[in-house]
Ligand binder design. Structure first.
Ligand SMILES: [Zn+2]
Length: 179
């Protein structure tokens, strides 16, 4: 556990970044006994969260460089975007493969799509779902019921993929290939 005092912190917060030590950030003036109390009170909770964060994807055994990953992702993503854009009758402007820390894909109002290269390490259906999700945003630029109906019409089992991302996404996002 790393304890960090911060002048800007108004109250304490605990972060549990995947694969890194837990981090307690406290206001600069917080007394040590208070810090100890917070740590004691949350020890079980931290252990439980950590247990849920056990690596399950075996990513450490995948000897893939970011370059290879990006290449493979680009190929698959382009293929799927093309297919889906044609089916939905939407125009795609630009497709980017990026090294995002917190998201899987995004869609800008001018038709630019971007995708996290790490999707190529997920099951194919998951990559496929993220692509379809973003292409659907070219028709519905929000998460309205109409949007989800559209996604459902294109990929009826999309909830399985969403659940996979909720369960395994943090581990995948934290993956850094060995240089
Ligand atoms: Zn969305």
């Amino acid at each position: 556990m790393v304890v960090r005092r911060s002048r800007r912190a108004r109250r304490w917060t605990i972060d549990l970044p995947w694969g890194e030590p837990a981090r307690l950030t406290v206001p600069a003036a917080m007394p040590d006994v208070e810090i100890d109390r917070v740590l004691r009170a949350h020890r079980d909770w931290i252990a439980e969260e950590r247990a849920r964060q056990r690596p399950r994807l075996g990513l450490d055994r995948r000897s893939v460089s970011e370059l290879e990953g990006r290449r493979a992702a680009r190929e698959l993503v382009h293929m799927l975007v093309e297919e889906e854009a044609l089916a939905l009758g939407v125009e795609v402007n630009r497709i980017q493969i990026r090294d995002q820390r917190t998201r899987w894909g995004s869609c800008s109002p001018n038709g630019n799509l971007s995708f996290n290269w790490r999707l190529v390490l997920a099951p194919f259906d998951v990559l496929d779902y993220v692509v379809v999700h973003e292409v659907c945003h070219l028709r519905e630029a929000n998460h309205s019921r109409r949007f989800w109906r559209l996604v459902e019409s294109r990929r009826p089992s999309w909830r399985d993929q969403r659940d996979w991302l909720a369960r395994h996404g943090p581990e995948l996002l934290a993956f850094r290939p060995a240089a």
